[in-house]
Design a protein around this ligand. Structure first.
Ligand code: 13P
Length: 251
């Protein structure tokens, strides 16, 4: 069975509500130029998730959040529950992005709770893994990704694992203009799949593994052509509908 092809846009802390709606509408408007086989997901900031869900209504574009709370509800000032995100009509949630691990102290412990909340509310997690520059230079990138998967993904049931997207994002390639070569991406994606196979067997063949890190129209096709790369998690280039859609044409 062919794996799902996914192009997901992580807007990070960008766009005001009106700009986000405009961007989403432009993606909808241009969507027909790209193969129907590509699943597009947009992940705006919490503040305009609801308006973006409305803006993509009637299209096949899905909406995701960029994080969710570890707890279901209650006295957790400033947090946004997975249940709230799901209630808006979102289907996905990005979890474990390196910016959250790095700047907000995200750990495997908190991510296990967030994953449980996502699944309890019918959201598909886009779980991010990836090494920083120091770890890559020391040759530790395999071990880092393996640990990030073992400590979180290995706790999932088979049923939950069947509804998971993984994103490999080398920290040194995020927002830097530096991209992993297609060969580097394939090498580690194949490794990640092997790690998944050791726990989940043949189900690992169905799990989409996305590449993220300065992915753009000019390099998407080469990276997506690799056997174990099933699409991209796009930052900067997702903020321009034209570029985001052009990345989808990379398949
Ligand atoms: P850039 O595409 O801006 O490098 O960001 C990648 C990313 O972090 C997506 O989650």
């Amino acid at each position: 069975m062919a794996r799902k092809k996914i192009v997901a846009g992580n807007w990070k802390m960008n766009t005001l509500p009106a700009e986000g709606v405009e961007l989403a509408k432009s993606v909808v408007a241009g969507r027909s130029e790209v193969c129907e086989c590509v699943n597009f997901i947009v992940c705006p900031p919490f503040t305009h998730l609801s308006q973006v869900v409305e803006a993509v209504k009637g299209s096949d574009i899905a909406v995701g959040a960029q994080d969710c709370a570890t707890e279901a509800k209650g006295a957790y000032t400033g947090e946004v529950a997975a249940q709230m995100i799901a209630a808006l009509g979102c289907k996905y949630v990005i979890l474990g992005h390196s910016e959250r691990r790095q700047y907000y102290g995200e750990t495997s412990e908190s991510l296990n709770k967030k994953m449980a909340q996502a699944y309890a509310n019918g959201l598909t997690p886009i779980y991010c893994v990836g090494e920083n520059l120091e770890e890559r230079e020391a040759g530790n990138h395999f071990a880092v990704c393996k640990a990030q998967i073992e400590e979180v993904v290995f706790n999932l049931t088979e049923e939950q694992f069947a509804n998971l997207v993984i994103a490999y994002e080398p920290v040194w390639a995020i927002g830097t203009g530096k991209t992993a070569t297609a060969e580097q991406a394939q090498e580690i994606h194949a490794y990640i799949r092997e790690v998944l196979r050791s726990k989940f067997g043949a189900a690992a063949e169905e799990c989409p593994i996305l590449y993220g890190g300065s992915c753009k129209p000019s390099n998407a096709a080469e990276i997506f052509a690799k056997a174990d790369v099933d699409g991209g998690l796009i930052g900067g280039a997702a903020l321009k509908a034209e570029d985001f859609l052009a990345i989808g044409k990379g398949f």
